[in-house]
Write a protein that binds this ligand. Structure first.
Ligand code: UD2
Ligand code: MN
Length: 345
């Protein structure tokens, strides 16, 4: 049966009004959001657009966030079931937590306060996607609990040539320092397979002393034996910007597995810096078990010769003569991905 014209008319007017209201609501929310950001207010909003007719926008307007105090939500020792963690690793295309805000560019920070420290995490990478998923799902909530602003840079070596971890580290550092939109106080060089076991091990650095920090000083791979004085600085190592520049970064000429960490150890000493280590219980890390990678072979003689010559070399191989080519940069939900041609041996 056909509706009488008057009813049809009402329906048209009704739908027109609803559509106009929706459009106005979206436009005004967008405008408000931009204005408030501009005025240094903090706005968090969530959009859930299920259809043109149903728009839910929640806007929380807070005055300027307070500066973060010492972290008070740390859990301490984390019970980690590796078998479970590896099975339930995180989807790299999804955000980990709703408790964080993007701050200028692609760094994260806690919703509730303004961090005092800003940290770049630099991960050398190739062909370890499962490790990356496990690490990021685990690390992101810890860094938020530590009240940090942070951005993760995954620096992937392109092609199948021999791995060169030093060049990847240096490329990641220079990108984070010069190209990222956030200023970083600390640069933390982080193997992809290292999972912190205690969130009181702060991902920070010393900006005013001569100490760099070896955050991973007790590792499952070495049966949690304390790593100390004169030993390797592999795994997870933290610098201020000036400290990393002072040591001229990692050496560029270690191809394959081994040596670059020992060379770094000697660079640190050569520059009169010291290696600090957190209290033993705090610096426990679980290294995900793995085989040696196919394109990361160990060449004993070459490594030993180079480490012996490390002190002479520190000034001529590192940040100051790095020649790599970053062929792609992609900002993904959890990290910034650099795709790097490190050159050939
Ligand atoms: C030790 C050190 C590590 C490094 C290495 C010698 C500790 C806890 N770790 O680790 O810092 O100095 O010896 O080079 O002391 N990677 C890839 N794909 C590859 C090869 C390497 O992603 O094909 C990356 C990844 O981040 C990995 C890191 O390089 O964690 C170190 O390589 P590794 O895990 O094979 O070396 P490992 O466990 O002997
Ligand atoms: Mn490893």
């Amino acid at each position: 049966m056909r509706s009488p014209p008057i009813r049809k008319c009402f329906l048209y007017v009704f739908f027109a009004l609803v559509s106009i209201t929706n459009v106005m609501w979206i436009v005004s929310s967008y405008w408000l959001n931009r204005r408030l950001r501009h005025n240094a207010f903090n706005v968090t909003y969530r959009e859930n657009v299920t259809s043109a007719m149903s728009v839910t926008i929640r806007i929380t307007v807070l005055a300027e966030k307070p500066v973060c105090s010492a972290p008070d939500k740390l859990v301490g020792v984390m019970k980690m079931n590796m078998a479970e963690m590896i099975k339930t690793y995180h989807d790299l295309n999804a955000s980990v937590s709703t408790q964080s805000t993007r701050s200028g560019g692609f760094a994260f920070e806690p919703d509730s306060c303004k961090p005092k420290l800003s940290v770049a995490i630099i991960i050398p990478f190739r062909d370890r996607e499962d490790h990356l998923k496990t690490l990021l799902g685990h690390l992101h909530p810890i860094l938020l609990r530590q009240n940090l602003r942070f951005q993760v840079f995954v620096v992937e070596q392109s092609g199948n040539g021999t791995f060169n971890k030093g060049r990847l580290m240096n490329t990641g550092f220079l990108y984070a320092k010069n190209e990222a939109k956030t200023h970083f106080d600390c640069y933390i060089f982080h193997d992809v397979d290292m999972l912190p076991e205690d969130d009181r091990n702060l991902y920070s650095c010393e900006t005013t002393t001569n100490r760099v920090y070896h955050l991973s000083c007790s590792v499952s791979k070495f049966n949690y034996k304390p790593l100390c004085c004169g030993m390797t600085v592999g795994g997870v190592l933290s610098f201020s910007e000036n400290q990393y520049i002072k040591v001229n970064g990692f050496p560029n000429d270690y191809w394959g597995w081994g040596g670059e960490d020992d060379d770094m150890n000697s660079r640190i000493k050569l520059q009169g810096l010291r290696v600090g280590r957190p209290a033993l219980g705090l610096c426990r890390y679980c290294m995900i078990e793995h085989e040696r990678d196919h394109f990361n072979p160990y060449t004993e003689n070459v490594v030993n010769d180079r480490v012996a010559a490390a002190n002479q070399k520190a000034k001529i191989s590192g940040l100051n003569n790095l020649k790599t080519n970053t062929t792609g940069v992609t900002n993904r939900p959890l990290y910034t991905h650099l795709y790097v041609d490190v050159g050939t041996q």
